[in-house]
Design a protein around this ligand. Structure first.
Ligand code: NAD
Ligand code: UDP
Ligand code: UDP
Length: 313
């Protein structure tokens, strides 16, 4: 990690991952500018930072130009859960694409390094397992998830074109399913849904037969990876960041139920269209290039997340 104080902008800084990243950057003494339009994030996520000399928050939509002077940009602004990104799909594409253009334009002007939050969704419903960065993916370009998947694929394209054409210093991080405290209760993602349902005494909604898989990374591990990646020179990526331990969604449901006394039963609901059947990152690149691997097992991360939900519900 750099010892010097840097001016660092985090777009989407009031969201789930962004707020944890702001916490870490502020703690390390950097001058942090959190930029957010509060579409899915909120000020509560960063209230512990408000009033600190090295933290600032700006309400701004990244689809519009922004002129600031910074050394590093973490471009995280984008709704991330299917119900949120499908609520206004056109705005999702604009955020991913126009947002990336504006932030890359800014990086180009001021000579900042830009880390783009990409996603495992660029692999779509993958036919290669586990997913390596060299796999080009299997995305339906016109389906209900395309606004997010194709938006993020285009953001990756823009990063590499600004890099090749304008020499912008880029980092493309393909983030796999991440969970932890501050995930919005109503965001529809599986970890937040199951915990909130179990705490309310409602049945856990399992989509399909629950045999589909995901690999869940605790947010502290992910934030460590993002910061290492940003500060590793000459590695553009893409680099997969996630926890390679794979679970079926049914196993996740049972694990959550085992941790919450008197948990209700599971009810089965239809599998959403284009829902990927399996997902597991190959993190060899992150290990060798960043010297990183996740440390928090799902069991421990779930305990912390459940404690957070108990404190706010
Ligand atoms: P989140 O919804 O909690 O955070 C996104 C933040 O971006 C919110 O604060 C939201 O208000 C803000 N935002 C949205 N549109 C904006 C706009 N036009 N202008 C300014 N701000 C805007 O989601 P998250 O889970 O923290 O995700 C953060 C980033 O990581 C996203 O880019 C997401 O695509 C990526 N990602 C997350 C995961 C995951 O599992 N959580 C997985 C892969 C990729
Ligand atoms: N941009 C921005 N902040 C800056 C510099 C650029 O928001 O500090 C925006 C600018 O409005 C433009 C986009 O980034 O729409 C892309 O910038 P670039 O310089 O690549 O393109 P151009 O301005 O030549 O269209
Ligand atoms: N899922 C589920 N019940 C829920 C929410 C999600 O069974 O209440 C499933 C969903 O169909 C998917 C997996 O859990 O197979 C992960 O869903 P999430 O929306 O968290 O992430 P993504 O599909 O984007 O990986």
């Amino acid at each position: 990690m750099p010892q010097k104080q840097l001016r660092i902008m985090v777009t989407g800084g009031a969201g789930f991952i962004g707020s944890h990243l702001c916490d870490r950057l502020v703690k390390e003494g950097h001058d942090v500018l959190c930029v957010d339009n509060f579409y899915t994030g909120n000020k509560r996520n960063v209230r512990q930072l408000m009033g600190l000399e090295n933290f600032e928050i700006l309400r701004h939509d990244v689809t519009f130009p922004l002129y600031v002077e910074v050394d590093q940009i973490y471009n995280l602004a984008c709704p991330a859960s299917p119900i949120h990104y499908q609520y206004d799909p056109v705005q999702t594409v604009k955020t991913a694409v126009h947002g990336a253009i504006n932030m890359l334009g800014l990086a180009k002007r001021v000579g900042a390094t830009l880390l783009q939050a990409s996603t495992s969704e660029v692999y779509g419903d993958p036919s290669q397992h586990p997913q390596v960065e060299a796999y080009w993916g299997n995305v339906n370009p016109i389906g209900p998830r395309a606004c997010y998947d194709e938006g993020k694929r285009c953001a990756e394209t823009l990063c590499f074109d600004y890099h090749r054409q304008h020499n912008v210093d880029i980092r493309v991080a393909r983030i796999f399913n991440t969970y932890g405290p501050r995930m919005a209760v109503d965001d529809g993602r599986v970890v937040s849904n199951f915990i909130a349902q179990a705490l309310r005494g409602e049945p856990l909604t399992l989509y399909g037969d629950g045999g589909q898989t995901r690999s869940f990374c605790f947010v502290d591990d992910l934030v460590e990876a993002l910061m290492r990646f940003m500060n590793t020179p000459d590695v553009t990526g893409p680099v997969n960041l996630g926890n390679p331990v794979e679970f079926t969604i049914k196993e996740l449901a049972e694990l959550v139920r085992s941790k919450i006394p008197n948990s209700p039963d599971i009810i089965y609901k239809p599998l959403p269209q284009d829902d990927p059947m399996q997902r597991q990152p190959d993190i060899s690149r992150a290990k060798s290039m960043l010297g990183w691997q996740p440390e928090v097992p799902l069991n421990d991360g779930l305990e912390k997340t459940i404690a957070y939900y108990k404190s706010i519900m």
